[in-house]
Design a binder for this molecule. Structure first.
Ligand code: T1G
Length: 701
């Protein structure tokens, strides 16, 4: 815990933040750091204190684990360390190598000077945790950058690289090499104190431009989502910056602290912290023997359609050369055009330089023959969703790729074990289920078959990270995790429409009121109603819902966005053809089929019932996936739905949301709807527990 290793000869003490893995400024570590600052302040031989970070990182900020505990009046936090610096008499210099985030950046902001290496990255990402910078960041950063720039940086939670930080005046100097940054910092020894607050405080509020208030604050409140729909922290952060503009420094700090306390106790922040830790749990697979992942130097994708080209681009953007195989020359050309078109779009949008796009595009080659795959390390198959077709492809791959090559299928619903049976290497087979568009969507379902080896699964997880995906391990069952839940969710939306609830009202409740990225009918139109119909047929022909609405719509050619009409109509002049428009014809067809099937028409369905009947199927099916071991943890299920289907992260995902509502209440609602709650939910409701805690007990069972 001791971070000081100070040589005092030149009146300079170096204090090194050393609390692996990210030098988090936990309550305990802050207390230790405070003692070191106080000792330095008491040492008359010192003029300067340099604060550096060990392990190639300055600090990842306050310890997020601590927010689950109630601090006592004796608890020391990073705020106390910063207050000691603020009232200190020494000159403080931050020597920053690597990340300085959250409280780490705030600690640096309290110093008089900041020196960084070229790898320094500074940011206040608290908004992503449903928080605001609670250690003076909302008061010091506006005094350094001006209110507007500071707000933008904090509301986006983005990091600033060294060169930009120097240009903005956040860093006083950028040096090459981590060893030099401490020496460079020492060179500021004896320079006058230059605390941002002091400097600006003398200027009073005019220093920040009082005129800024009406524009900056009012405008900012308009730019962020409503407090009840993902914007709670953003509005409080804006309030804190308003205090920086209008109040003296000390009072601004007090207001920031009050707003922080309100946020750290809030449901959205608890949900977002659950997402933060859930993402870091994903690669921890209980019972998986520890093995090294295989090196993936070269890849191949079979199939150059929308998914195949998107997957190829994903590999190229991760710096892995990739071959796209299509068996017909015209399909090869189409795939090539798609890929180059995508990179050109990125350049036009300014997301890539011409050179970056060129490098990436050139790392993708196109072939008609499997014979070119002799030296690839992984193949992702992305051909038509038909088992015979897939088994033929895997048989060929098995014959033509090197023995160590991993064979993955991008199938969204088919049986990985059956696909693997077409090869002599089932231990090397797994599912890598990308979500469309594959180069944009972050979710990747990593599906383990019965024979998938630990090495193969470990490699799949490592590859997911390399491809910058949120990789969730799933067992091998119909629909894996996401789509298995999606069908039950869609079925309930259809049943509500059968009872006479307008489709556009259902989508409004789910999208605009609850916060899903899209409503259930818009999602179905995006995926394609023919896809739903095909999957229903492959599962024995039962319709989604109680009437064959999808079969009828497919018959009428209403396939969704791709035909400009599905559940909704679409018009290229409205929202680039992606804005759903209610269709009286579809409403009439629903009524006709529902009345013929004897489905009672209701005029008393409330928005609350719509929400519950659409979201609770996710909870019920999620519980089944947990109970049957298809999903490892409730957090995994939550991340699938946040990253794959746009579930509002400030509700933490469907399983977290069920805990927010209370499992007893969810089960009672299910029984009112006439559903059969999953036994796991009934067990949790009976015991008065939570899904989150149950899974922890399960993990330790
Ligand atoms: N608190 C607690 N644990 C943390 C942590 C943190 N701030 N940051 C990382 N970890 C753990 C993480 O759970 C994982 O644990 C391990 O470190 C490696 O993380 C008062 C209120 C720093 C860029 O939001 O962005 O300061 O799984 O896999 O990819 O105003 O971690 O090994 O057991 O992510 O190298 C604000 C969050 C806090 C930064 C490193 N700070 N962290 O990325 O490693 S609130 C943040 C990150 C605050 C103040 C406010 C990244 C990273 P395990 P990792 P990485």
């Amino acid at each position: 815990m001791n971070g000081s290793n100070g040589a005092h000869a030149d009146g300079v003490q170096v204090i090194t933040l050393d609390n692996p893995p990210v030098n988090a400024l936990s309550f305990a570590y802050s207390a230790s750091l405070l003692r070191e600052i106080e000792a330095a302040e008491a040492n008359p031989a010192l003029t300067t204190v340099v604060i550096a970070g060990a392990g190639g990182i300055f600090s990842g900020g306050a310890d997020v684990n601590d927010f689950a505990t109630e601090p006592t009046p004796e608890t020391k936090t990073v705020r106390d360390v910063i207050a000691a610096i603020e009232r200190g008499t020494k000159t403080y210099v931050a020597a920053i190598d690597g990340n300085a985030l959250g409280g780490g950046f705030e600690l640096a902001l309290a110093c008089d000077y900041r020196v960084g290496t070229a790898k320094a990255k500074l940011g206040l990402p608290e908004i992503k945790l449903g928080l605001l910078p609670g250690a003076g960041g909302t008061q010091r950063l506006p005094r350094l950058l001006g209110a507007n720039d500071a707000l933008q940086l904090m509301l986006k939670g983005e990091t600033v690289k060294a060169a930009d930080a120097k240009a903005k005046g956040i860093l006083d100097e950028v040096v090459e090499g981590s060893a030099n940054v401490v020496d460079a910092a020492k060179a500021y020894a004896g320079k006058p104190r230059n605390r941002i607050a002091e400097r600006q405080a003398q200027l009073g509020v005019q220093g920040l431009g009082l005129f800024a208030t009406p524009f900056v604050v009012a405008q900012a409140h308009k730019m962020v989502p409503p407090e009840t729909n993902g914007g709670f922290a953003a509005h409080k952060l804006i309030d804190a910056v308003q205090a920086a503009i209008e109040l003296p420094f000390e009072r601004g700090l007090a207001r920031e602290a009050r707003l922080f306390e309100e946020l750290v106790r809030s449901a959205p922040s608890a949900a977002l912290r659950h997402v933060f830790f859930g993402e870091r749990e994903l690669s921890k697979i209980p019972g998986l023997p520890k093995t090294e992942p295989l090196a993936i130097a070269k890849a191949a994708v079979i199939g150059g359609g929308t998914m195949g080209t998107g997957i190829a681009i994903t590999f190229a953007e991760a710096g892995i050369p990739v071959i796209v195989v299509e068996t017909k020359s015209e399909a090869v050309e189409k795939a090539r055009e798609t890929v180059f078109g995508m990179f050109k779009y990125q350049v036009d949008k300014g997301r890539l330089t011409q050179e970056e796009a060129w490098t990436r595009a050139n790392s993708i080659t196109f072939e008609e023959a499997y014979e070119e795959l002799g030296d690839v390390d992984v193949v992702v198959e992305a051909v038509f969703e038909s088992m015979p077709v897939k088994k033929e492809v895997f048989g060929k791959l098995d014959a033509l790729t090197k023995p160590s090559c991993i064979l993955a299928s991008n199938t969204s619903t088919l049986d990985i074990d059956e696909i693997a049976s077409a090869t002599r290497r089932p231990d090397k087979v797994l599912g890598l289920h990308f979500f469309a568009p594959a180069n944009i969507m972050k979710l990747l379902e990593i599906v383990r078959g019965k024979a998938t080896s630990a090495e193969t699964l470990t490699t799949g997880i490592a590859l997911g990270k390399k491809l910058r995906k949120v990789g969730v391990v799933s067992g091998n069952a119909f629909g894996f995790i996401g789509n298995r839940m999606l069908f039950d969710y869609e079925a309930q939306a259809v049943e509500l429409a059968e009872e006479g609830v307008p489709l556009e009202r259902i989508d409004k409740v789910i999208k605009r009121d609850f916060g899903m990225a899209m409503g259930p009918f818009a999602v179905a139109d995006l995926s394609g109603l023919d896809v739903y119909h095909f999957i229903s047929q492959s599962q024995g022909g039962a319709p989604l819902g109680r009437v064959p609405i999808i079969a009828k719509l497919v018959e009428q050619g209403r396939l969704g966005q791709k035909t400009m009409k599905g559940f909704f109509d679409y018009d290229k002049s409205v929202g680039k053809g992606r804005e759903p428009i209610a269709s009286p014809d579809v409403a009439a067809l629903f009524r006709e089929l529902a009345v013929a099937a004897g489905v009672p028409q209701r005029a008393d369905v409330t928005d609350d019932e719509i929400l519950a009947r659409c979201i609770y199927p996710l909870v019920n099916t999620g519980a089944e996936l947990l109970r049957t071991g298809i999903a490892l943890r409730p957090g995994d299920i939550d991340l699938v739905w946040i990253y794959g289907y746009g579930f509002p992260p400030h509700h933490g995902g469907p399983m977290w949301y069920a805990d927010e509502i209370g499992v007893r209440n969810v089960v009672a609602a299910m029984e009112r709807f006439g559903w059969t709650p999953d036994p796991l939910l009934v067990e949790i409701a009976r015991s008065g527990g939570t899904i989150a805690n149950y899974s922890k007990e399960l993990a330790h069972a």
